[in-house]
Design a protein around this ligand. Structure first.
Ligand SMILES: [Cu+2]
Length: 166
C-alpha cells in the first residue's frame, strides 16, 4: 500500500497528539490525583437544610478522628457558606494540620458553581440537586485559595475562601 508523504506526516501528527493527550490525562489522574467528585446522592436544592450535612450548625470544619476532618459547604450565588465562628462571623478560612485528610461535602442552592482548592487536587463541580463529595490529603503546608471555577453570574469573583495547612 502506498501512502502519500503528507498522509504519513498527518498520520504521525495525529497519533503523536493522541499519545501526548493520554499521557497528560494519565499524569493528572494517577500522579496528581485529579478525579471527578462523587455525584451519586441527590438533594432538593430548595431545601438543602433538610440534609444533615447542610444544617447550619453542621457547616464548616469538623474533626471526625485524629487527622481526619470533614468540611460541609453550601454554595449559592455568590458565597460559600462554611458556617459561622463563635462570634457569629462567617467562616472564610479552614485550618488543618499538614497531612490531614479532608472530606469535602458540598452542594448548591441555585446554579452550577465550582469548588476548587487551587494548588491541591480538590476540584469539584457543584450542581443543583446533587451532593458532591471529594476526599483529599493536604500534603503540603501553605495557604490555598478556594475559588469558583464555573462562571455563575455577576458576583462570580466574590466566591472565595481559604484552606490553611499548618
Ligand atoms: Cu462562580
Amino acid at each position: 500500500m502506498h501512502l502519500h508523504k503528507y498522509e504519513k506526516v498527518w498520520l504521525t501528527f495525529g497519533m503523536a497528539s493522541l499519545v501526548i493527550f493520554l499521557l497528560i490525562i494519565g499524569f493528572a489522574a494517577f500522579w496528581k490525583g485529579t478525579h471527578p467528585q462523587s455525584h451519586l446522592e441527590t438533594i432538593d436544592p430548595n431545601n438543602v437544610e433538610a440534609h444533615d450535612s447542610f444544617k447550619p450548625e453542621n457547616l464548616g470544619l469538623t474533626e471526625v478522628a485524629d487527622g481526619k476532618y470533614k468540611v460541609n459547604i453550601v454554595a449559592s450565588a455568590f458565597n460559600y457558606d462554611f458556617g459561622v465562628d463563635k462570634d457569629e462571623k462567617p467562616v472564610k478560612t479552614i485550618r488543618v494540620p499538614q497531612g490531614s485528610t479532608i472530606l469535602f461535602t458540598a452542594t448548591t442552592k441555585d446554579v452550577v458553581h465550582g469548588f476548587q482548592v487551587a494548588g491541591t487536587n480538590v476540584n469539584m463541580m457543584l450542581e443543583p440537586g446533587h451532593i458532591s463529595r471529594f476526599e483529599a490529603v493536604m500534603k503540603n503546608k501553605g495557604e490555598f485559595t478556594i475559588v469558583c471555577n464555573e462562571y455563575c453570574g455577576i458576583g462570580h469573583h466574590q466566591m472565595f475562601g481559604k484552606v490553611e495547612v499548618y
